[in-house]
Every structure is written in C-alpha cells, then in structure tokens.
Design a binder for this molecule. Structure first.
Ligand code: C2O
Ligand code: CU
Length: 744
C-alpha cells in the first residue's frame, strides 16, 4: 500500500508537468490561429488539457491524503505541505484563472465568423490563459523534485531553493507573455517572428538554463568527492537524548565535514594530528585525554578476544583469485575465494570454544578482511577494514581470536570492498553448535559437517552462472531416514534479493532467526519463507515416509530434494496451495528477556531510511539515505557501556533495507505499532520494508566502534552506512582513497 501511494506521489506530478505544459503550449498558439472558428475549436480542446492536468494533481494529492490517514507524519508531512500546494494549488489556478477566460474567448469566437478579428487575437494572447498552465507545469516539476529529493528531515535550503527557482521561472515566463501580449495588442496586424529567429531564441534559452543546471551539477559532483582520509571516529554525534560528556571535557569541537582526524590512542594518552584534504576548513583540536565524546580513551585495537590461551579450534582461510568449477559443472571465472572454494569452507564450532582463524591473503590486490556476520565478537575481531583493522593485503596475514558465545547459523564475509567481495565469493557459512549436544559427546568432539540431516542452504548468484544453492545450480538430492529431525539452515547472501523458500511435503518450524533460537515455535504448513540479504533462518522438520522438497526461489529448478530412498523426487510444479510469507511478530511463545518495551531507555534514536537523487563521491546517483544523509555525513549514534537503547527505524523509501548492526543483537519491540508478542524476536539483519516502522532495542554491552549499515551492499557502497560509537573509544584506522581501506 505504502509503495503504491508513494509511487503515485512520484508519477502524478510528472504527469501534471507533461499535461499542463502541453496545455500551455497549445494556449500559447491560440493567438496565431487563422479563423474565428478554429479559435473556438482550439479553445474548447484546451479544456481537456485542463482536465488531464487537474486529474493528475487530484490523484497525486489524494494519494498523499490517504497516506496521511494511514501513516505517521514522518511519511507524509513534507508531501502534504510541499507537494499538495504546488500541485493542487496550481491546478486550481487553471480553473480559476484560465478556464473562465477560455470560455469567454470561445463564446466570442463562435459569435464572430470568418477571419479572426484582431481584438480577439489579442484576447487569445492574454497571459491569464497561458500562465496558469505553465504555473501548473512548473508546480508539477516542483512536486516531482521534492519527491525525488525529499527534504526530510526538514532543512531550510532544500525546502526554500525549489520555491525560489519556481518563483523566478514563473516570473520570467510572466514577463515574456505580457510582452508578447502587449506587442500583439499594439500592432494592428499579426507579426510573428520568423521560424529561424524563434528557433535561435529557443536555443539560447535552453543553453542558458542548461548552463545553469550544468554548473549546479558540476558543483554538486565536486563537492561530494569524499576526503582522501576519513577517521571513523569523526562524524556527527547523536547522543540520543541521553547523557553526554560534561561540557567541561573541553576542546572537543564537532569535526567539520572535510577535516580528518588521525588519533592513535593508548590508555591515558592521545596522540593526534589533523590532516586536511587540501581545501577544507579547520582541523580539529582534541584536548589531550579526550576522545570521540569521552574522557577515558581506549583504542578499538585493544578490544581483542583472548590472546594468550590455547585455541580450541583453528582454521586457516586463504584468500585467492581462482576460476572455480561448481558441482553442477559451470565455471565461475575470476572468483575471489577462500581456500579456492565457492562458497568458502564451512566453519563449524562448538559454543564456548576459543576459535582462532588465520586469514592469509595470497593474491587479492583489493585486500581482504573477515567479518563474522551475526556473531557478537569483541570489537577488534569484527573484521571491518578501516574501522577495526587495516585491510589485509597480498602476502599479509591476520589472526582473529574469539570465543563462540552464541549458537546458531551465521556466515562470514570479507568487509573490504564488501559489495564486490561478497558478490565474487569471499564468504562462507559458520555454524556454532550448542556446547551440550545432550548425547554425551565431549566438548572437543569434532563437530558434525553439513550432511543429510543438517543442511546448509546458502543461496547466491555466481558471476556469469546465475542462481545457486552453495555450489549447485540445480536440485541437490539427500537420503533421509524417515523420523529423522532435519535442520535446514537458510542463509541468503545475494545482494538486494529477498529470497523465497518453500518447503513442500512436511510441516516445519522456524527454529531460529538470525542465529537465535525461537522459543516454542509452532508447526507451520501454509507458509513460505522470505529472507532478506544477510539474514538467516533455521527450518526444522521431521522426515516423513514420503519425499520432501525445499524450493529455493520461484520455481522448482533450484532446491534440495530429500527422500527416504535417495530417489530424486522433485515436484514437477509447485503445489497450487497458496502460502503466505512467514511473519515472526506473533510466532512462538513469549519468554522473559533482560529488558522489555516498558523499561526506561537511556537513549532513543530515530533512523529514517529513504532514497533520493543526489551526489555521492563525484557521481550523480540514486542514493539510499539515513536521516537524509549518506556516509560520511550520516550520524554517529553515541552510547555508554551499559546503556539500554531504543531505536525507531522508519522506511520512507521505495525499496527494502536490511539493517545490520554489528556486534549486537537487537530485540524487535514492535512493527507498525503492533507489539511483537510471540517468542522474543532477536535480529541482527532486520528487513525494513517501504512504509514499515520498527521499534527495536538493544543493550550496549560490547564496547567499540560498530558499523550499522544496510546489507543490500549496493546501498552501503553508495553511503547507506553509519556507526554506533561507545563513549571514550578511538580508532587508529581510517578509510578513504589515500588509505587501503574501503569497507564497503
Ligand atoms: Cu555482513 Cu557489515 O556486514
Ligand atoms: Cu538499503
């Protein structure tokens, strides 16, 4: 519904502009008609353009009013106050000013006969006829502009500038039409400029307007170029209404956009210098002993996992470029791989184990890191280039050490050039099994690999090959003894795809969401799963005597066929019964959590997701914004260790955004005002659909500097990224073209 209404709010002003401008052009030509009869006919035809224009304005405004009755103000307040007046107001002017004149003109023209009397010609040229059409066309353009570049949250310039341009343009048109009208009135025969002269004037006007627009675009492109070095600790701090460091923590100025700080911190001492990118304003003065918003100073590089103890399990992942042959025979050329595999090797471990992973970069000049998506590891182990470490370049290696504290289904991926790296293959599944499997196995027992009853279903599109589950582009077949409990671990890694999974042949439960068990999940048989990019769900079912099929995507060409005898049984067509998408909001049974919606929150943030046309790093692009901005202008949410934080996430835009906060799991409190009252719904990758409002909360219990971004990595790479920052944390790492770090 929201998408439809917002779509109308985009399409209708465009139509208004086209219809009203067409009307305006026809109104302009009235004065050059040959005969009175023709003038009468033409003025009548103009009514239709008045009707078309006002229909567009009416439908557009009605959509906004429907939004206003069904949604919170953040979705429509700008639309109501800016789009509606521009569209409806100017369309009304056509009826109030132009149409009465047209009617009189038509009557007079019908009364006259034969050649057009000069007085009538002068009346036909009256500015009152043509100007309202042009005003409405420009009004449509203004509405369209505001829809494409929403000035939300409200800022003065983005609201005012279009109004000024509108007034200027309308003024120019007015002057022009009045002059023409006077000329026609004063002359006693019709003199019209030669076609070539009209053409030259047209070209001149277009060139002037074009030159102004081009200058504006050029300035925008230049201004948007990212500084060569950006410290992730420089950003606009948002304290969420909670406690801030005392004003006497002297000397901390808000960093100017292009200024860049470099601070290297050791406990109790900050060495810092400021670097400019050449043309920008002031550097930052940091008083000794202060950091990004606090007094005590800890560098992210100190927030490591256990360094000394002996690891319970070690892995080595070697990043290298490879052509990889899939199980189904296709070759993925020039893939970026871990250990030459697509996807990377499955990492299985047991809860409580100390894990050591050695990352070696053999030959990827782009650099590599490993981020443990969904595992809340200590900050220095989080694997984000330029935030928690430097990118690992060819010939280098890096060791991650952390305790696997959560159980469930996760994945790992490079967080250097993450959009390209994930798309090309630098990722793999990660599973943490519970410490106690209840079968007497000792803690150090080898964990089980993906098999016939514990199946990893990782869906991805391989370059040049297409959709696949793991390394297979077809149906994989498994033999499963009836009665076995089967766990399907769904992991969607494909950028900007909400993947669909349908289980046919057995009722199932959603046992876990984003690596967290669901409390007492009910049996489902008329649901399918839609999984956002980066999200995971575990489906569990008891194998019946008959075959079961997990369809991945729309048809039955891709998936997992399970049968007692190993026969490859795939339904030719998916059964007709309609399934609806699984929705966790009331699923499972409520259980106690360490906090709930009624608690007092130490900080409250609002995150408004949207899209707009804009400049990013020297390009003109469709941007996906957080609070109207893209990185590095996006806010930095500031917290103190121990804070209970609530965030309201609103998606005003036209596409979905899977929001992923590193290092923490968030509890969904409500969606669109509906309380989440089933099993506690913990998420690390929350899919926020257009028109959705989520209230989420988390405990700030993992100090550091954490990325918080959209996991449609295509969005993140053009700036849909921000971070969560603990008071008193500094980072010695930087991103930008002068560094090797490009986290997105
Ligand atoms: Cu899976 Cu910041 O990413
Ligand atoms: Cu997004």
């Amino acid at each position: 519904m929201y998408s439809l209404l917002a779509g109308l709010d985009l399409a209708m002003p465009a139509l208004l502009a086209i219809f009203a401008w067409t009307g305006g052009t026809k109104a302009f030509r009235l004065a050059y008609t040959g005969s009175a009869g023709q003038l009468a006919r033409r003025s009548r035809k103009l009514y239709s353009w008045a009707v078309y224009s006002s229909l567009a304005a009416l439908i557009g405004s009605a959509a906004i009013i429907l939004l206003a009755v069904s949604h919170a103000p953040v979705f429509w307040i700008d639309r109501l106050t800016l789009h509606v007046p521009f569209e409806l107001g100017t369309a009304a002017a056509i009826w109030l000013v132009a149409v009465p004149r047209l009617r009189r003109l038509r009557q007079a023209a019908r009364a006259a006969d034969g050649a057009l009397p000069h007085t009538l010609r002068a009346e036909a040229a009256a500015p009152g006829i043509v100007i309202p059409f042009h005003a409405a066309a420009l009004g449509g353009l203004a509405g369209l502009f505001y829809a494409l570049v929403p000035p939300v949250p409200v800022r003065t310039l983005p609201v005012i500038v279009p109004v000024l341009i509108y007034v200027l343009a309308l003024g120019a048109l007015y002057v022009r039409h009045v002059r023409r009208w006077r000329q026609i009135c004063e002359a006693d025969v019709l003199v019209r400029r030669q076609p070539w002269s009209r053409f030259v004037r047209f070209i001149i006007t277009v060139s002037i307007v074009g030159a102004i627009a081009a200058a504006g675009i050029w300035a925008g492109l230049e201004n948007s170029k990212l500084p060569a070095r950006i410290s992730m600790t420089a950003g606009e701090m948002d304290w969420g209404g909670g406690a801030e460091p005392g004003a006497d923590a002297a000397g901390l100025e808000e960093p100017a956009h292009h200024a860049v700080t470099v601070h290297t911190a050791h406990q109790g001492h900050v060495a810092e210098s400021a670097v400019n990118d050449g043309e920008s304003e002031g550097a930052i003065a940091l008083a000794s002993g202060s950091s990004a918003g606090g007094d005590a100073v800890i560098s992210v590089s100190e927030l490591t996992g256990p360094q000394q103890a002996e690891a319970d399990r070690t892995f080595t992942l070697t990043a290298e470029r490879q052509d990889v042959k899939l199980a189904t025979g296709e070759t993925v050329k020039g893939a970026w791989t871990f250990n030459g595999q697509l996807p990377g090797p499955e990492l299985r471990m047991r809860e409580g184990e100390l894990i050591e992973v050695k990352l070696v970069n053999r030959d990827l000049e782009e650099g590599v890191t490993i981020h443990w998506h969904g595992l809340d590891v200590p900050n220095a182990e989080d694997g984000v280039a330029g935030v928690t470490q430097n990118a690992v370049m060819p010939g280098q290696s890096y060791t991650y050490r952390f305790i696997a504290e959560q159980t469930g289904t996760f994945w790992y991926h490079s967080h250097q050039d993450s959009q390209e790296a994930v798309s090309k293959g630098l990722f793999g599944p990660l599973v943490v099994e519970p410490a106690d499997k209840g079968n007497g196995e000792s803690e150090k027992d080898a964990v089980q690999k993906t098999g016939d009853s514990d199946i990893i279903v990782m869906s991805h599109v391989w370059d040049g090959v297409g959709f696949a589950v793991g390394d297979s582009t077809g149906v994989q077949q498994r033999t499963v003894t009836p009665g076995t409990e089967v766990r399907l671990r769904l992991i969607n890694t494909q950028d900007w795809v909400r993947q669909k999974y349908t289980l046919i042949g057995a009722p199932f439960r959603v046992a876990a969401i984003d690596g967290t068990d669901v409390n007492e999940p009910e049996l489902l048989n008329d649901k399918h799963i839609e999984l956002t990019t980066g999200g995971r769900m575990d489906l569990v079912f008891k194998m019946p005597d008959t075959p079961v099929f997990l369809a991945v995507g729309q048809g039955s060409k891709l998936g997992i066929a399970m049968s007692p005898d190993g026969q490859n049984v795939v339904p030719g067509k998916l059964p007709k019964e309609k399934t609806s998408a699984f929705n966790p909001i009331h699923y499972g049974k409520a259980a106690a959590t360490s906090f709930n919606a009624d608690r007092k929150f130490d900080r409250e943030f609002t995150m408004v997701l949207d899209n707009k046309l804009g400049f990013y790093n020297g390009t003109l692009n469709q941007l996906y914004t957080i609070n109207g901005k893209v990185f590095p202008d996006t806010p930095m949410y500031m917290v103190r260790e121990g804070d209970l934080v609530r965030t309201t996430i609103v998606n005003r835009g036209s596409v979905d955004h899977p929001m992923h906060l590193h290092g923490h799991h968030v509890l969904v409190l409500s969606r669109n005002g509906v309380k989440s009252d089933g099993s506690p719904w913990w998420s690390d990758t929350l899919d926020v659909l257009p028109g959705d409002t989520y209230e989420i909360a988390f405990v700030a219990d993992n100090p550091g500097l954490w990325m918080d971004h959209c996991h449609n990595l295509t969005h993140a790479v053009t700036g849909m990224s921000m971070h969560l920052m603990y008071e008193g944390i500094t980072s010695p790492y930087e991103v930008g073209s002068d560094t090797l770090n490009h986290p997105e």
